[in-house]
Design a binder for this molecule. Sequence first.
Ligand code: HEM
Length: 167
Amino acid sequence: MFEGHDTTASGISWLFYCMSLHPDHQARYRDTIEWEDLGKMTYTTTCIKESLRLFPPVPGVSRQLAKPITFSDGRSLPAGLFSLFIYYAPLLFPQIFDPMRFSPENSARRHSHAFLPFSAGSRNCIGQQFAMNELKVALALTLLRFKLSPDPSRPPIPVAHFWMAVC
Ligand code: HEM
């Protein structure tokens, strides 16, 4: 249920929240809807990526090292080690919603692994294209009918929370 269900629900919810705080981006998103070719909706893609950056539905992934790794500074990790990569670091990354971070020019200046909401490598998300289209369509259909605005009486409350499953 986690893959493809909770992830997309969380992604859509936070995307709506981000857009509700930014009526200017809502208007621009509305104006750039291209039903014939979802791939051409580049502005919408930037908004979705920026929302996934600020509020990643999957905040990290874990791996067990199949072989030892030695880093450039000489430190190394042994084979068999369980490691956890956390993408969500609100105190380290800019918290301002700015879709232009993901413009083609700005993205080209970054390492391809600097942004990994769908993970990377052989076990990355097989549903990422589907998920991106799902988010685009859900927001487009909503914005064609509604204006989103935040509910000031119920702001999101950050919770210090960490869970780990051992199988
Ligand atoms: C915003 C939505 C989504 C996000 C953020 C997301 C994120 C991720 C991430 C980070 C992983 C990798 C986990 C890891 O490396 O350990 C993953 C794996 C996976 N995702 Fe998604 N996902 C999303 C939507 C979907 C959808 C819509 C589907 C299916 C239609 C899907 C199917 C899967 C499957 C089957 C895997 C496991 C792949 C494997 O282990 O080889 N995901 N997802």
